[in-house]
Write a protein that binds this ligand. Structure first.
Ligand code: SF4
Ligand code: SF4
Length: 194
């Protein structure tokens, strides 16, 4: 009986010995991520952002800090607040994406990276300057306009704000036929025409 048990044990060992490993040699190798992967660095298009702070209000953890002042610079177009502070504390983020869902102007996207380890928690706060300067590789999560054209944030070029488009869901489509986007196509939008 004991001999049979040992033999069975060896068979399991041998089976796993010749099986293709599921682990990889990180960081030399990296697992591919799904385009909808909700990464940690966020993509923020300031040109689309009116600093309405909807993203901050909807964040269940209160980790988005926005400080603004009236800009007075775009009065004919209705104006947008000027942004003094736009911080996201990803050290406390649970990547629920509610901030992205809440953004009325498609100015905020989830990111696509997953390598944000730091020695200090304070360094995990992403400030506006970093968001401004970052290469834009937005996740396609909750952004059908990117998913619809097959964008892959892992391998495709960065997306500038004019090409990020607006979601083509019916409640965002222009009502009159002939207007850009009325046929369901993504229309480039401007800060004046969110
Ligand atoms: S990212 Fe979107 S929701 Fe947040 S302040 Fe800018 S426009 Fe408003
Ligand atoms: S993903 Fe969720 S927890 Fe993280 S900043 Fe956005 S709303 Fe807050």
């Amino acid at each position: 009986m004991y001999g049979l048990g040992i033999l069975n044990g060896f068979l399991v060992t041998m089976k796993n010995f010749i099986k293709k490993p599921v682990t990889i040699q990180y960081p030399e190798e990296r697992n591919p991520q799904h385009p909808r992967f909700r990464g940690e660095e966020f993509v923020w298009y300031e040109d689309r952002c009116t600093a309405c702070a909807s993203c901050a209000k909807y964040c269940p953890l209160g980790i988005i800090k926005i400080v603004t002042h009236p800009s007075g610079g775009k009065l004919p177009e209705g104006d947008a607040y000027a942004i003094d502070v736009f911080d996201i504390d990803i050290g406390r983020c649970m990547f629920c994406g509610l901030c992205v869902e809440a953004c009325p102007y498609d100015a905020l996207f989830m990111g696509s990276g997953f390598e944000e380890s730091k020695y200090k928690r304070a360094d995990l706060v992403i400030h506006a300057d970093r968001l401004r300067a970052a290469e834009k590789h937005p996740s396609t999560w909750f952004r059908p306009q990117l998913e619809g054209r097959g964008y892959d944030p892992q391998s495709d070029a960065p997306v500038p704000w004019k090409e990020a488009g607006r979601e083509s869901w019916p409640h965002h489509l222009p009502q009159r036929p002939g207007e850009p986007g009325a046929d369901g196509a993504d229309a480039p939008s401007s800060p004046a025409g969110h």
